[in-house]
Design a protein around this ligand. Structure first.
Ligand code: ATP
Ligand code: MG
Length: 452
């Protein structure tokens, strides 16, 4: 059943319910008003009752001649009827005894605890209420039925319009979802609404935007990978075709340069695969307890020759000898290596690269972490590039020529490897002055330390 039909149905039931409640309330109200009138004028009722009881006593416990009696306190009462044993012995007013019995106010007459009759009375205000109720019941079959019909038709019309308006955002949302399915990145949802539909729309709009940006980054990745693969492949193809055309074997130098290109290709493919796996969260870590200070010093030993080639001073300072972390060693070494290689690569000859390893307290984690700072006094990174350097294939120099084989994947891989260890990377840099990368990793808990 459509929401609109459901809405109309429930509204119609509500209207019928309200109309019936109105009738019931009018009916009940009559009796309430009637009884309230009694409490307002209780003394008069009491006096009338006493006068009747007195009459009975004065006439030797008999009602004889009562129907001709002029009761002094009967003034102010529009209707009075007295019934004894089913017979009406006294009546003042015009209403039938059946009506009086149904709608009049009941008073029991007693003499020494013995019931001697019943009075049914209506004072002026009770009579007016009765008249109103009567009129209401008289017009009920004709006028009310017509007005009921008219109200129902009008109400249904209004409900139809209202429900059409109310379901309009749903129709827009459904159309929007249809648009998303067709791949439309610019679908407009009713996001400005302040109700639940607005909330749904905002969530859907955000979802669509992130879908679009994921799609955009997928396309970008594809074109970047294709671009990166194309250059080395073209070099290899060119050299081989040339050798074939001229029918001369490849010289050892040519072979070695071709091998370099192949190695570059294989590194690229490996990096892209690794990164995709890390980003998709499909990497299962096999952490062991490691001393990060030792890991960093081994890294320095292994990269020392690269720094020496450029006469760059490579030094390390650790606040203590052993700081334990629970990590998959090769992944953390890979991350630190990528950052350190950058520092050496983007620092001019004769520069300085310094590493610091220290234990510190992280207010965010409310726990101890280790911070590894890799600081250089190299070319620095322009401020406008800083937010993007961790993106895949992003290079701050924006040039695609790369004498040293940079593809712009190094920092993206480093960051993902740190993040899977629940760590994070921060960077500070000033063009010309240098750059400092800080890697934070959680300190190993007791249980792991025992394994050391
Ligand atoms: P590769 O994939 O081979 O590492 P890459 O070094 O160009 O290539 P990233 O390591 O991701 O890529 O670095 C991204 C960019 O950030 C670099 O191209 C460089 O412009 C800038 N960058 C990174 N580290 C430094 C640094 N220490 N000093 C100056 N610029 C840096
Ligand atoms: Mg790099």
């Amino acid at each position: 059943m459509k929401i609109r039909t459901k809405l109309m149905l429930s509204m119609s039931i509500l209207i019928v319910f309200i109309l019936f409640s109105l009738l019931a309330v009018t009916h009940i109200q009559f009796f309430i008003v009637r009884d309230l009138a009694y409490y307002k004028d209780k003394v008069a009722f009491k006096l009338l009752q006493e006068e009747f009881e007195q009459y009975y006593a004065d006439h030797n416990d008999s009602w004889e001649g009562v129907h001709d009696e002029q009761f002094e306190h009967s003034r102010g009462f529009a209707e009075i009827a007295m019934v004894v044993g089913g017979k009406t012995l006294y009546q003042q007013g015009r209403l039938d005894i059946e009506i009086m019995q149904a709608d009049g106010f009941h008073i029991s007459l007693h003499e020494h605890d013995q019931k001697i009759g019943r009075l049914f009375v209506m004072n002026d205000s009770q009579y007016k209420t009765y008249e109103f109720k009567n009129m209401w019941y008289n017009i009920l079959p004709n006028t009310l039925l017509v007005s009921l019909l008219l109200t129902a038709v009008a109400a249904l019309g209004i409900i139809f319009l209202l429900s059409w308006r109310m379901t309009r955002p749903i129709r827009k949302i459904v159309a929007g979802i249809h648009g998303i399915r067709q791949g439309d990145a610019n679908v407009i949802f009713p996001v400005r609404r302040k109700d639940e539909f607005g909330a749904i729309s905002r969530a859907l709009q955000e979802m669509n935007q992130s879908l679009a940006s994921a799609e955009q980054s997928r396309k970008q990745l594809l074109s970047d990978v294709a671009h990166e693969l194309k250059t080395p492949l073209m070099v290899i193809q060119g050299e081989m075709e040339l050798a074939q055309e001229r029918d001369v074997p490849l010289t050892p130098e040519k072979l070695s340069s071709l091998l370099d290109e192949v190695l570059r290709l294989s590194r690229l493919v490996h990096d892209v695969l690794d990164l995709s796996k890390l980003e998709a969260g499909g990497t299962e870590l096999r952490p062991t307890a490691e001393n990060i200070v030792e890991m960093v010093s081994v890294l320095i030993e292994k990269t020392q020759f690269l720094a020496e080639d450029k006469h760059i001073g490579l030094s390390m300072h650790a606040s203590e000898d052993v700081i334990e972390v629970s990590v998959e060693k090769s992944r953390i070494l890979h991350a630190l290596y990528n950052i350190l290689i950058n520092a050496i690569h983007y620092t001019n000859e004769g520069g300085q690269v310094q590493l610091h390893v220290e234990r510190m307290y992280s207010p965010d984690l409310q726990d101890e972490v280790v911070r590894i700072v890799i600081e250089d006094n190299g070319v620095g990174i322009p401020q406008e590039d800083l937010p993007h350097i961790f993106n895949r294939f992003y290079r701050a120099d924006h040039s695609r020529s790369r004498p040293n084989g940079g593809t712009g994947l190094g920092l993206a891989i480093a960051q993902q490897n740190i993040v899977v260890h629940k760590g994070w990377i921060e960077v500070r840099s000033e063009a010309v002055k240098g750059t400092a990368f800080s890697v934070f990793l959680p300190i190993a808990k007791e249980r792991v330390r025992e394994n050391l």
